[in-house]
Every structure is written in structure tokens, then in C-alpha cells.
Design a protein. Structure first.
Length: 194
């Protein structure tokens, strides 16, 4: 007997896999910030567990009532495996940053880099830079710091232009224990306690 579902079953299969892709998209978006969008990440993680349980129940039901293994059983796990690989590689933040870097570069272009020992100085910045919402920005010793609106739940988060790399001078009372992740060139994402 051919492994072709009826049109009604086919619609359910497509709808299920659309849900799987949507859950993976939510997971990708939640980690595409300089930190993690905690609530979206938690909702996507819970939805992933529910989808996996539904998938398992569905294949048991279909296998026992319709007899045998169906090729479409593998689509959900393949999407899940691809999601895990892309998350482990940091692809979501890299792709979103690549689409946004030009807007950030335009802001810092032509401005002299403050030397070591200089004071932090706020400067006007658009509320949207690329695909990110920015709340404020500061010129700091060695570059610029941008605060992202949604980047982390318990910490501040954002992006930094530090062509000479991060220095200990950036660890101030208000910008405590910053952790930087290199994005390429002089650009970094960061999280810091407040």
C-alpha cells in the first residue's frame, strides 16, 4: 500500500509541521538578542516539549491503527535536530546581527573613539537600529556601548563597538561584570549586571 496520506490527513500533517516550524522560529528569535529573551525562550521550550509529546503520541497512534512506519514521521525530528544544531552554532544572533550591523556602523562612523581614561558620555541614538530596539547609548573609553531593550531578563544587554577590544576600564559600578561575545570586527554583544 502506498505511503500517501488522504487530503484530510495531509492537511493535518502540514498543519502540525507548520506548528513545529513556528516553535523553532520562536526559539530562534528568543536567542537572537544579545542575551536571551527569557519569556519567549521559556514559552518556546515548553511548546517544544508539548509538540514532541504530541508527535510521539501521533506516531504511536498512526503506527498502530494504520500499520507501519510513515516517511513523514521523520520531518518533525529533522526540524528539531536542525534547530538544535543552529542554536548550538549561535546562528540566530549571528544572522540577526548581520542584518543589523550596518545601522550600528552608521551611528559610530566618523566619530573619534574616546581614549582610555575618558568619561562615559551619553549620545542620541535612534530607537531602532536594524532589527533591534535600542534604549540608550554611551561613548565609553575605547568605543561605544548600545543598550538593547529586550536582551536579558535579569541583566542589562546590548552591543558594543570596541575596536581595541574590551578592557577592565569598562567594569564600572553601573556596568558591573560585563561579559562580551565577539561578533566580528570591533563589534561585541554584551550582558552586564545592574
Amino acid at each position: 500500500m502506498p505511503d500517501t496520506p488522504t487530503s484530510d490527513a495531509s492537511a493535518r500533517i502540514w498543519a502540525f509541521h507548520l506548528v513545529v516550524v513556528s516553535v523553532a522560529g520562536g526559539m530562534f528569535w528568543s536567542v537572537s538578542y544579545p542575551g536571551i529573551h527569557f519569556f519567549l525562550f521559556a514559552a518556546s521550550a515548553c511548546a517544544s516539549v508539548l509538540v514532541a509529546c504530541f508527535w510521539l503520541g501521533w506516531i504511536i497512534y498512526v503506527g498502530s491503527t494504520r500499520g507501519g512506519w510513515k516517511r513523514w514521521f521523520l520531518i518533525g525530528p529533522a526540524i528539531g535536530a536542525l534547530t538544535v544544531v543552529l542554536l548550538a552554532a549561535g546562528a540566530p544572533v549571528k544572522l540577526r546581527w548581520a542584518a543589523s550591523q550596518g545601522a550600528f556602523a552608521t551611528v559610530v562612523a566618523g566619530h573619534p573613539i574616546p581614549p582610555p581614561g575618558s568619561a562615559w558620555k551619553s549620545f542620541a541614538v535612534p530607537s531602532r537600529l536594524g532589527l533591534y530596539s535600542i534604549t540608550s547609548a554611551d561613548w565609553v573609553p575605547g568605543g561605544a556601548i548600545f543598550y538593547e531593550a529586550n536582551g536579558a531578563m535579569f541583566d542589562d544587554a546590548g552591543f558594543a563597538y570596541l575596536p581595541g577590544g574590551p578592557t577592565r576600564e569598562l567594569n564600572t559600578g553601573l556596568f558591573e561584570n560585563p561579559r562580551f561575545r565577539h561578533l566580528g570586527g570591533g563589534w561585541y554583544s554584551w550582558t552586564a549586571s545592574w
